[in-house]
Write a protein of this length. Sequence first.
Length: 446
Amino acid sequence: MKLECNFADDARILNEETIMDVTKELAGEPGMEDPFCVLNVGDLVQKIKVWKLKMPRVKPFYAVKCNDDKTVLEILAALGTGFDCASKNEIQKVLQMGVDPSHIIYAHPCKPASHLRHAAKQNISLMTFDNEVELHKIKAYYPQARLVIRIRCDALDCAIPLGIKFGVYPEDVGALLAVARDLDLNIVGVSFHVGSGCREPQVFSRAIAAAKGVFEEAQDLGFNLNLLDIGGGFLGVGDNLLDEVAEIVNKSLEEYFPEDCGVKVIAEPGRYFVASAFTLVTNIVAKRDVKDDDGSLMSTMYYINDGVFGSFNSIVNDGQIVKVVPLKDCGESPLLPCSIWGPTCDSADQVMPHAALPRLSCGDWLVWPNMGAYSMTAGGTFNGFPLPKVYVVIPHHTWLYLEEHLGMTTSKFELGDNSVIDGGPGYPTTPANTTAFTCAAATTSL
Ligand code: PLP
């Protein structure tokens, strides 16, 4: 299969520059005022490489819900990642890129009938379930589906405890499997999701052990399971992110599902791949000084053009702690107490109740790293404020890696008349602002 990465016309290759350099350049463009994001493709590719290195047995099916940016999906698809889709629209988005239906899991245990019919029409046969009503629905609309039973096993500490909504308790699995057998449905595997933003890696050991129990129970009922799906929950920001969790997963797999047992292992990571790849940049659109009775400055309220109804929704939804720095160099200016507010008329639209920044003005920019997970997909345009446009940057070494590993058949640079960056060995010298290139990639398998 050929998959194409069609980078946007305004994508840039980074040579000597840093992300901050490019951000400054973008923010300085005439008329630039709306919030925007910078997507560092290098960060995304590095995450894929580390996953492959640390958990070679576990094939990732990226959770599209986390961030459905086109470049992200294209890079992941081209590098052999599968996809976890939660709806008809997500399925369509992934299929339209040329991804094979067999690389998709419809990982939503409670599916609208129309979406289920769509899955059947598109041959998206692998799907999760966790309740009896869903089994009857699947029997009605897609009886040939390959079913993955989602069990509940919660981390003791995580940002979003998904177990309160989904997953059958292991003790109720037997009864549910019996219904599936009576309906003559095809159960092929077990899945779980320990909770998003999981801060208890040990839970993977408990969950994999519980899954093994379900495999045995299913076998007693006459099913022959061959798929284990260890879900999502992998952190997206920090050093040596996968080290501990990979050690626990690999050890548990070795113990309960050794390599020669014939069970295929997949996962549904979302935030791991994208959280740190996106930097959000917002503009200060208004400000208000708060003074005490004798007129001295107590604090400043800065109003920016993205907020908790948009990209910052995770502050409310999963307690995300955000970090901020001014884009301009403020030298040794003292840090003053302030609060940061979103653009809408709603007073709940507060991004940071307490922050410390140098004294800033309307029109100044604020930079927010690690804003790739559940930011744009879970945010809306309440009060008419737009979600940020995404600008793609590709470090030169990443570009070389993509070229080498994707066996690109075309790599095209369209020359413009802006400032020049050196494309490196074998590359044409390319204008920084009008780099347009396409790679048609043969899929590699992770
Ligand atoms: N799979 C399912 C079914 C989910 O609901 C989610 C997140 O809600 C994910 C995967 C991705 O989880 P994470 O971003 O924590 O890796």
